[in-house]
Design a protein around this ligand. Structure first.
Ligand code: NZQ
Ligand code: ZN
Length: 387
């Protein structure tokens, strides 16, 4: 096990009606908030009114910035930074999913920085300060509600890049599973794939003695798999929604990374799909993860056999251990299909003539991954396996 520091300062407020506590939670961070949200689901389903009421009751002045798109864009981040500076905003409240939260995080650091906020995504600047960010989560998926990362797309050149710092973890995140009852099936499914991917990025490590975190990863994956069909078939099943919502946070709050080095190649390879084609991140991962696994499984066959037998209940074949490993990958791919996710680039309308360009872009700042370092040609091969 590697040495590690673990601190996740995000306060999680979980359960029914908890959104009504937002004013009380936020007021310790000042009197003026930027209320940041997406394309309108919060207004359509009544959350917006409840939030405004709670903020007003706590005496908080609200400045609004809606319109965050999935795969959030740099131009809106810059607009938010301008507002924060000109209006002397004290804190930011993100009401939405990963896109809204990531946009809020970028606005928060940009408001405390004199240069171009894109510098953080290019690694040219380190986060030193941020406005405090609070969250009301509406879709379990990205785990941004307590993660140390933010992913932003620069429209010019369609670059989708991440930056991170423990300082950008939200101060609090309110998680009411009832708010997720209105999610379309496709978003629910994409969220499930994304949270599973966050666990698997951590699971496929070269560290050998990480039994506790292996078991935590496997257990969390199993809980997600067990509850997935219920949330798709019965969207208002509170108990299943609650399991899935808590799993999305656990998957990405870094507890499951302790003592091990994660891989993250699949995420970075996927970012080319959601950056260039604006596809849903989780759907892109459903295409890339099985292909990545097929490309790398021989690097540590026993880890893939462990994954297959413990997570997907594949019987161990002592005559053909490779079969066991591959059967685990196949069962995962079939599971993604059963959720209604695409599993090939063709399903997503991405043709072979773009593979070189996407692989080049994915490796522009160096090779990807830690389990195995992947160069441009490896990534082309992974896209071919995902054809
Ligand atoms: O915009 P509105 O109208 O709110 O609709 C949203 C959006 O269209 C809708 N939605 C959200 N909650 C709803 C709802 N519709 C009905 N009822 C509700 N309760 O869902 C759509 C998708 O929202 P989005 O925020 O884009 O989803 P998600 O949470 O999957 O976030 C994806 C983004 O997070 C990034 C991804 O790359 C992508 O840009 N990630 C961020 C990470 C992080 N910061 O740690 C890690 C992840 O790996 C990921 O990369
Ligand atoms: Zn993700």
């Amino acid at each position: 096990m590697l040495n590690f520091d673990f601190q996740n300062k995000t306060k999680i407020i979980f359960g029914k009606d908890t959104e009504n506590r937002v004013g009380q939670e936020l007021k310790i961070y000042g009197k003026k908030v930027l209320l940041h949200f997406g394309g309108g689901s919060i207004k359509k389903y009544g959350l917006y009114d409840k939030v405004l009421h709670s903020l007003q009751e706590a005496g908080i002045v609200v400045v609004e910035l809606g319109g965050v798109e999935p795969n959030p864009k740099l131009s809106l981040v810059n607009k938010g930074i301008e507002i924060c500076k000109s209006e002397n905003i004290d804190s930011i409240l993100a009401v939405g999913g990963g896109s809204v939260i990531d946009s809020a995080k970028a606005i928060g650091v940009g408001a405390k920085y004199d240069g171009d906020v894109w510098d953080f995504c290019l690694g040219k600047a380190e986060v030193k300060d941020t406005l405090p960010v609070g969250v009301i989560l509406t879709i379990p998926a990205a785990g941004s509600e307590s993660s140390s990362g933010s992913v932003i797309t620069k429209e010019e050149g369609l670059y989708k890049k991440a930056f991170g710092s423990p300082l950008i973890r939200p101060k609090f995140a309110i998680l009411n599973p009832e708010i997720t009852f209105t999610l379309p099936k496709y978003q629910t499914a994409a969220g499930i794939v994304d949270m599973m991917a966050h666990i698997m990025e951590r699971y496929f490590t070269n560290e050998q003695n990480v039994d506790l975190t292996d078991r935590l990863c496997e257990g969390t994956l199993k809980a997600i798999i067990d509850n997935a069909s219920t949330v798709l078939e019965t969207p208002d099943d509170y108990d299943a929604r609650a399991e899935i919502m808590w799993a999305s946070t656990i998957a990405h709050n870094d507890l499951l990374s302790t003592g091990r080095m994660g891989d993250w190649a699949s995420h970075n390879i996927e970012h080319e799909l959601s950056g260039i084609y604006d596809m849903t991140h989780g759907a892109g991962l459903a295409i890339i993860f099985p292909a990545w696994m097929k490309y790398v499984y021989k690097h540590d066959l026993s880890r893939f056999i462990q994954f297959a037998t413990r997570v997907w209940d594949v019987p161990m074949s002592f005559d053909d251990p490779q079969w066991t490993a591959l059967e685990g990958i196949n069962r995962m791919e079939s599971f993604f299909k059963s959720l209604g996710m695409p599993t090939t680039l063709k399903d997503a309308g991405i043709t072979e003539d773009r593979y070189e360009e996407m692989a080049k872009k994915a490796t522009e700042f160096g090779p990807q991954g830690n389990f195995i370092k992947l160069e441009k040609d490896d990534i082309v091969n992974i896209y071919k396996l995902a054809k």
